[in-house]
Design a protein around this ligand. Structure first.
Ligand SMILES: Cc1cc2nc3c(=O)[nH]c(=O)nc-3n(C[C@H](O)[C@H](O)[C@H](O)COP(=O)(O)OP(=O)(O)OC[C@H]3O[C@@H](n4cnc5c(N)ncnc54)[C@H](O)[C@@H]3O)c2cc1C
Ligand code: FES
Ligand code: FES
Length: 477
């Protein structure tokens, strides 16, 4: 481990180094705050500091399976060390006032900018689309822009600008310099764990699972981060000084999807956006939920291990994966164990993951064709909002009779909880509206939800009951 205190990445076409021994930045300085200290990257704006507005959006490129992959991220949620070995691109890198990039020019010509505060963030979200091999349709564009808020222009001209730029794309300067940038990225070592030590903090950035497990064993008090979309808020919103961090974001052998005849296996670091794109055929209820999960920038960064590890009562993948009867693999150096996700979460933000273990894999059985599984999310807004109540139902009917049913709700208790009493009331009964409505009357036997800023107890109970009724109406024979 010889990489003490230094990270390297590509910015403005050259390798940049940050030495954390020079006290200007800490390991939990966000990429946003770093860029704001540079005179030539002031386009990157701080709006909310919590992933909600997209004003801080940058594109980060890296080589994935031999190709440069460009994705949009909220720079306010990224701790600096995790950009080691990557290529950071901001609006300034696309074009200048005298020589605008097509994306910037389109926003200008389609009247897609008024006060301009949000514009560099939109530029970068559109640029990530522009760099894809396909031409995105309107649905894809609106999805990619759902994480960018504009309070004065209105979205029509921005969407039109994005459509125009993506339809008329040419090989831009960044594209032309790709092979040179790839050489620079390849010259940055990503094998030896980076260990940053400052008087107040320690930050470990391993590149392999075995190294990550060793560090987990040795520094069991370190806060584990993967995408950091949850943990970063402790710094940006609560001003917390996290003394020790173990960052898994660059552990390649935790980043995979394996598909067999009967199971999908996700490495814990597999991003939620990659999962969304790849699970539609086999796990449509998970795909559906991920379409309403955060924003593109959040899903590009957030990982499945992070969503399960946070054990949030409103973690959106949890009810869905419980309904699919997924299993979680926990590993420590030298051994591993597999448990049902249904047993993994033990309380409010509590799991069975021990101090020396990591979530390494999530195995999801492909359900048989006779089983109906559907997920639902109730929130105040369709896009980029957290659940008030979420649900996933798994049902097997034979000759009109409920042979098997599993019901999981998020937002109804301190953690995702199974509706045991409702299930009992339905098992062996005809799958009829009458029986479903009668079972719904017993919802308070399973849940006593809290009233909070998002909703009241009574409203939550009504929402939960109505989601079951919706499921019935979509699955009745
Ligand atoms: C703007 C915004 C919108 C959001 N929208 C949603 C939403 O719609 N639905 C939703 O459910 N969540 C949402 N979230 C919350 C968050 O994005 C998700 O929980 C996300 O899945 C966390 O993943 P991560 O990789 O970023 O986790 P991190 O922040 O890196 O970690 C989260 C927790 O998991 C633990 N952890 C991570 N990886 C492992 C591992 N391999 N082994 C053991 N523990 C691990 C960490 O220690 C930490 O406790 C949102 C967050 C933001 C900021
Ligand atoms: S500052 Fe709002 S998303 Fe980053
Ligand atoms: S142009 Fe003013 S916020 Fe979008």
């Amino acid at each position: 481990m010889n990489n003490r205190n230094i990270i390297k990445f590509v910015l403005d076409g050259n390798i940049k180094e940050i030495d954390f021994s020079t006290a200007q930045y800490t390991p939990t300085t966000t990429l946003l705050h770093y860029l704001r200290t540079l005179s030539n990257h002031k386009s990157v704006k701080e709006g909310c500091g919590e992933g909600d507005c997209g004003a801080c959006t940058v594109v980060i490129a890296e080589i994935v399976e031999g190709k440069m992959q460009y994705r949009a991220y909220d720079s306010c949620l990224i701790f600096l060390p995790s950009i080691h070995g990557k290529y950071v691109i901001t609006s300034e890198n696309l074009g200048t006032a005298d020589n605008l990039h097509l994306v910037q020019k389109a926003l200008y010509e389609f009247d897609g900018s008024q006060c301009g505060f949000c514009t560099p963030g939109f530029v970068m979200s559109i640029y990530a689309l522009y760099k894809q091999e396909y031409t995105p349709d309107k649905t894809e564009i609106t999805d990619a822009l759902a994480g960018n808020l504009c309070r004065c222009t209105g979205y029509r001209p921005i969407i039109e600008a994005a459509e125009y730029a993506c339809k008329n794309k040419t090989d831009d300067e960044i594209g032309k310099s790709e092979s040179r940038i790839a050489e620079l990225l390849n010259s940055i070592d990503r094998t030896d764990t980076i260990m940053i030590e400052t008087p107040e903090q320690k930050y470990y950035l391993p590149f392999s699972k075995s190294e990550a497990l060793k560090l987990r064993e040795k520094f069991s008090n370190a806060v584990v981060v993967a995408g950091s979309t949850d943990v970063a808020l402790r710094v940006t919103k609560k001003n917390e000084l996290i003394p020790q961090i173990l960052d898994l974001s660059q552990v390649k052998d935790l980043t995979y999807l394996k598909v067999s005849d009967d199971e999908l296996t996700f490495g814990a670091n597999f991003s939620l956006e990659d999962i969304r794109l790849m699970c539609k055929e086999h796990l449509p209820a998970l795909h559906e939920m991920l379409c309403y999960f955060g924003s593109r920038q959040i899903r590009n960064r957030a990982c499945l291990g992070g969503n399960l590890g946070s054990a949030s009562p409103i973690g959106d993948t949890i009810p869905v994966l419980m309904a699919y009867d997924a299993e979680v693999v926990l590993e420590k150096t030298g051994s591993s164990r597999k448990l049902k996700l249904r047993d993994f979460i033990t309380g409010y933000r509590q799991t069975q993951c021990a101090d020396n273990e990591l979530i390494t894999e999530v195995c999801v059985p492909i359900p048989d064709k006779n089983r109906k599984i559907k997920s639902y999310k109730n929130s105040k807004r369709k896009d980029l909002d957290i659940s008030t109540v979420s649900a996933c139902f798994s049902l097997k009917i034979e000759d009109g009779i409920v042979k098997d049913i599993a019901i999981f709700y998020g937002g109804m208790a301190a953690y995702t909880k199974r509706a045991i009493n409702i299930e009992k009331a339905l098992l062996g009964k005809v799958w009829s509206r009458e029986n479903v409505e009668s079972a719904m009357m017993g919802i308070s036997n399973d849940y006593q939800p809290i009233s909070d800023a998002r909703s009241g107890e009574k409203a939550r109970n009504i929402m939960a009951a109505n989601l079951l009724l919706k499921f019935w109406s979509e699955t009745k024979q």
